[in-house]
Design a protein. Structure first.
Ligand SMILES: [Zn+2]
Length: 270
């Protein structure tokens, strides 16, 4: 998915220098800025991998540069002479003087760190589940875990231990398509309904990826994945008081985990 875009720009390149413009962006690297910069310099990037809101670059030294995107973080590949972004936090210069890797984060909830690898994953994220577009995502395991959980179905969709890659927008859109209320207990879903929900999650992600073509093709790599989802294709999210595309009932908005849930009160009954 988005990973492919980044992979193409960074694989095989040697890091010359790392500049930390905001210490908060590397607060997860406990040894500090100097150690972070020293250890990265001279290492070659082997590729780019992604799981949920985490993205990492395996390095020839055996570790990986891990990016936690948080709410607003982005990893951009920019020409070396491009002006600095307002919220540029970390800049990686390569030995070839080509395009730079830049970590930009308005709210600085995210950050970068250098991590050891275990079983092909950076240590801190070994618990994060695969995303449903991953060929190795196991449908049966997910459906079983979803139905075994004592939680609301939307909370389950946002739970990265269960499934990754589903943000607030995608969750609302998938639930609308599956005609499920966000607060419905996940344990009350029958196996076919859980399978149908997973199919709708995939359909939404598929569509979002198809529309967010810029993520693949341009230098701009939005690892968040959601900004490419154009408003015109949304059925529920952000459509408070507008008619439901199925039944015409005004879409309702309810507070949910410091955010909002959008749903049709008629098609999606609790
Ligand atoms: Zn409706």
């Amino acid at each position: 998915m988005v990973r492919r875009g980044l992979d193409r720009w960074v694989a095989g390149r040697r890091i010359a220098e790392v500049e930390v413009l905001h210490p908060r962006a590397i607060r997860r690297h406990i040894a500090g800025s100097q150690d972070f910069r020293t250890r990265l310099a001279g290492q070659s990037v082997l590729g780019a991998s992604r799981r949920g809101k985490y993205l990492w670059l395996p390095l020839d030294g055996g570790g990986a540069l891990l990016g936690h995107l948080g709410m607003s973080g982005q990893l951009l590949v920019q020409p070396s002479d491009a002006a600095d972004e307002t919220h540029l936090r970390v800049r990686v210069r390569f030995a070839d003087d080509g395009p730079q890797l830049r970590f930009v984060d308005q709210r600085t909830f995210g950050g970068l760190s250098l991590e050891a690898m275990k079983d092909g994953l950076p240590l801190p994220i070994s618990h994060i589940a695969r995303d449903p577009m991953d060929p190795e995502f196991d449908d049966a395991t997910f459906i079983r875990a979803l139905r075994a959980k004592q939680t609301a179905v939307k909370r389950a969709l946002l739970d990265q231990n269960l499934i990754s890659g589903v943000g607030n927008i995608y969750a609302d859109e998938s639930l609308w398509r599956a005609r499920l209320h966000y607060d419905k207990p996940s344990s009350s879903l029958t196996r076919p309904r859980a399978a149908a929900l997973l199919a709708e999650v995939r359909a939404v992600l598929d569509e979002a990826l198809a529309q967010g073509g810029t993520s693949f093709d341009s230098l701009y790599v939005d690892v968040n994945g959601e900004s490419g989802y154009f408003a015109r294709s949304l059925n529920a999210y952000g459509r408070e008081d507008q008619p439901c595309g199925r039944c015409g009932t005004p879409i309702r908005r309810s507070p949910f985990m410091n955010r909002s849930s959008y749903y049709c009160p008629k098609c999606q009954r609790r």
